[in-house]
Design a protein around this ligand. Structure first.
Ligand SMILES: [Zn+2]
Ligand SMILES: [Zn+2]
Length: 264
């Protein structure tokens, strides 16, 4: 790769449904990355249930082949881009996920395992959906299920990289939807997930996106990153950009994050 550092987590309008239609395309990011001297990896959402059920999902009907083709073509011109996917983990779809990895791990440069929802249609990373989920389920159970499912994702060993370990706290935190008294929101819990990654030789994302939410910190936090580093963790940094303006501001932060990891 051309540059020293890589931002492993970018979403585009064409391939991730949570980016607006007017949002950035591959080429928009590429221009900025070249100017600001950083390698970039496109990490679009790849969610089995949505892909099967929703005809508007960009990956519907085997469209992954077009995704790969488009990126392979760009890679012929630019030597600082990676093709990747942020693949949603579902406990009841482990066999399909393993088959998917068998088929595509070699076709892509980078795959991150991720957990936003464990019941289809209720991603905890959407405030609206989370609030709906919380009318059906106790907050304590939502948090516990998040951690239990994350544990299954890690120990399944399907993925070599895991995204935003504690993203359950994007909205559930003291600055936003306040955790109820019986909820376990301890750092220790996140550390345990990290340790499980280390044990299973899985690389952990230092995801900077939390800084744009009221929680105001990355996923996981700086202190957890440095603790896990001491315990032998390996990391990749992702801005989790969904817009160009945000990406522009994040490039220097991504580089700083790598320096932070290195020096801790
Ligand atoms: Zn994500
Ligand atoms: Zn993402």
């Amino acid at each position: 790769m051309k540059f020293k550092f890589t931002d492993y987590h970018l979403h585009t309008a064409n391939w991730s449904t949570d980016v607006g239609e007017e949002g950035p395309k591959f080429e928009d990011y590429i221009k900025i990355a070249e100017k600001k001297e950083i390698n970039i990896c496109f990490l679009e959402h790849f969610e089995l249930y949505s892909i099967e059920k929703d005809k508007t999902n960009p990956f519907y009907n085997g469209n992954i082949e077009n995704y790969l083709e488009e990126l392979d073509e760009l890679k012929e011109t630019y030597d600082f881009i990676y093709s990747g996917l942020e693949v949603e983990y579902y406990k009841d779809r482990e066999i399909e996920l393993l088959e998917f990895m068998d088929d595509y791990e070699r076709e892509l440069d980078f795959i991150g395992g991720t957990l936003h929802e464990w019941i289809f249609g209720y991603p905890v990373t959407s405030k609206k959906k989370l609030l709906e989920f919380l009318t059906k389920k106790k907050m304590k159970d939502v948090i516990d299920e998040y951690f239990e499912t994350s544990e299954s994702m890690i120990t399944s060993k399907i993925f070599k990289n895991i995204c935003h370990l504690d993203v359950i706290f994007r909205y559930i935190n003291e600055n936003d939807i306040k955790p109820e008294k019986d909820c376990d929101i301890s750092e220790e819990r996140v550390l345990e997930l990290g340790r499980l990654c280390i044990k299973n030789k899985i690389s952990i994302e230092y995801n900077l996106s939390g800084r744009r939410f009221p929680i105001g910190r990355p996923f996981p936090s700086k202190t957890i990153i440095s603790q896990l580093k001491k315990e032998g963790g390996t990391f990749f940094v992702g801005s989790d950009s969904h817009s160009l303006d945000y990406f522009k501001k994040q490039v220097s932060k991504v580089k700083e994050a790598y320096e932070y990891i290195r020096s801790n």
